[in-house]
Every structure is written in structure tokens, then in C-alpha cells.
Design a protein around this ligand. Structure first.
Ligand code: ADE
Length: 302
């Protein structure tokens, strides 16, 4: 197989004869995952809501596949919030490629906002896309294929272990995915289905930058990470390929953090303004009040 534009630490041909669906596979982290899967010989379906952008990505990615490679790419328009479209994604993939070995739930969306300003509509949209959309894709890939044949699922979440101020909706939804994966890994173990998560730290991509009002933030984050740099898209896709692959055949219900150690280190992304508003319990005052009440009760009994 001739070398394609991307490289991989995994062996050439690792995913030949395998079929993967990657939601949100046209841009950012999703695109990097698709590039590596294709490089390793996989047949990949990319699914996203925006048909025009999806076709553009499909055509670009197809051009990267070397002529003699067994890898193939196909795009299927799918809004992961819509049950019927998710069902269609699974049945169309099986019609096109005969099976589904892998599902990567990468499609999602959010907007930066302090929690107090998130409207109910915005909250519901983010939870519907990230949590419910991921659930629908898992349920439908299981019902359409994996219940009978097994498979491997990887969900992309975020580094949410210390909360995610400024993105409360998406981190709540993705914390839900982390727990969902644990439930599904137990419910579906006897069908040969593994399900895991990858939690990227701060990784620069144009798609990610578009989510932030001030993309300069990315430059400020690097020095605060123990690794002293941002993550690379290829470092996320390598973790995904590992979890999909037989190298991870004894791993399920788990999450790999790919964050350069930042989840173990400070929380410099969110500055808390100076204030003196934090509630504190006044034990001395309380003791005095208690004594007075006690005295009153004693006197009234006498
Ligand atoms: N990416 C962002 N939102 C999406 C959605 N609703 N469906 C599929 N991909 C998406």
C-alpha cells in the first residue's frame, strides 16, 4: 500500500476489511480520526448534519486515499438528534459496506456561555446533540448490527473531571456519556461489544477555535499544561484507533484522558474574581444564640 498523506504508529493494513462510522467526521478531531482509519485501510462512513460541508469533506478525504488502497469513504447525511436519520445511517452503512465494526461518536456541538445565561432551548439543544445523539447512535448500531456480531464503540468526550466552567451544558452531557458507556459496556459485554471514551485536553483545530469567542485563549493554555504544549489532533486519533483495535480487546467501559497531564494540574483556564461573598458558618455567634435559647427554656420551666 502506498503511503497516504497521514501517517500512523499502527501497522499498515490494521483496519483492512473493517467498516467504521465516524459522526462529525468531516472536521477537526473527527476528520483526523477518519484520516488515520483510512490510512490503515478501513472503509469509513462519515456522518454529519450539514450535507454540503459533508460532501466537500468526503471529496477531499477521498483524494488522500492512495489508488491501490482498499480504504473507501462514503458520506451519509445524518442529524444524530433524529431517530429516523440515525436508523438510516446504520442501514445505509450496512447496505454500502455489508457490516459495521466500529462506531466513533464524535459529532457534537456547544457554545461558550456562563451557566446563568444558558437558555433552556440552548441547554436542551446541547444535551440532545451530545448525550441523546450519542445514545441514539449507540442503540441503533447495536440493534442494527453489533448485538449479533459484536463491535467496538468509542465516544469523544471532554476533560470534565473538575467541571467545565463556561461550558456547563456540554460537560454535563459528556459526563452523562462517560456513565452511559459504563452501563452499555456491562449490558453489551455478552454480545462482544466494547465501549470506551477518549477525553481530549486542549487541542487546537479550526473547528474548536470557532466555538470560542476569543481563540487567543488557545495560546494562553499551552504553558499551563504539564506537557507545556497543546495536544495534536493525531494524538487524539491514535487513542481512538488503539481503543478500536484488538490491542484494546480487554478494555471496556473506560476513558482515556489525552490531555498532557492537565487534569492532574491547576485549573488556569477559569479565573475566579476576588470576592468576599463566600458563605461561612459563624460557630461563635451560633453558640451564643443556642445558650440564650437554652436559658430561656430553663427559665420557662421553672
Ligand atoms: N454535529 C453537530 N451537531 C450535529 C448533529 N445534530 N448531527 C450530526 N452531527 C452533528
Amino acid at each position: 500500500m502506498a503511503a497516504s498523506r497521514v501517517s500512523s504508529v499502527f501497522r499498515t493494513g490494521l483496519f483492512v476489511d473493517k467498516v467504521a462510522i465516524v459522526t462529525g467526521g468531516g472536521t477537526g478531531i473527527g476528520r483526523a480520526i477518519v484520516q488515520e482509519l483510512l490510512h490503515l485501510g478501513c472503509k469509513v462512513v462519515i456522518a454529519s448534519r450539514n450535507e454540503e460541508r459533508l460532501h466537500k469533506s468526503e471529496n477531499c478525504l477521498r483524494q488522500e486515499i492512495p489508488k491501490n488502497s482498499p480504504a473507501e469513504i462514503k458520506s451519509i447525511q445524518c442529524n444524530i438528534r433524529k431517530e429516523e436519520e440515525v436508523k438510516n445511517l446504520m442501514s445505509s452503512t450496512i447496505s454500502a459496506f455489508g457490516k459495521i465494526d466500529y462506531l466513533v461518536n464524535n459529532g457534537g456541538g456547544q457554545f461558550a456561555s456562563p451557566a446563568s445565561a444558558i437558555r433552556t432551548k440552548g441547554w436542551n439543544a446541547v444535551v440532545d446533540t451530545n448525550l441523546t445523539g450519542t445514545f441514539l447512535c449507540c442503540r441503533e448500531v447495536y440493534n442494527a448490527w453489533m448485538e449479533e456480531h459484536g463491535g467496538s464503540i468509542v465516544n469523544i468526550v471532554v476533560d470534565l473531571w473538575n467541571g467545565f466552567p463556561g461550558m456547563a451544558h456540554t460537560s454535563a452531557a459528556r459526563a452523562g456519556i462517560v456513565n452511559l458507556s459504563k452501563s452499555l459496556s456491562l449490558e453489551w459485554a455478552h454480545n462482544g461489544v466494547r465501549i470506551n471514551n477518549v477525553a481530549p485536553g486542549t487541542v487546537y483545530s479550526e473547528t474548536a477555535a470557532a466555538n470560542y469567542p476569543n481563540p487567543e485563549l488557545f495560546n494562553q493554555v499551552g504553558p499551563t499544561v504539564p506537557a507545556k504544549r497543546l495536544g495534536k489532533l493525531e494524538e487524539i486519533s491514535a487513542a481512538v484507533c488503539f481503543l478500536l483495535s484488538p490491542a484494546a480487546s480487554y478494555i471496556t467501559g473506560d476513558t482515556i484522558k489525552v490531555d498532557g497531564g492537565s487534569s492532574l494540574y491547576g485549573h488556569a483556564m477559569w479565573e475566579i474574581p476576588d470576592h468576599d461573598k463566600y458563605p461561612v458558618y459563624n460557630w461563635d455567634e451560633d453558640e451564643q444564640v443556642a445558650k440564650e435559647q437554652c436559658n430561656k427554656m430553663t427559665k420557662s420551666k421553672l
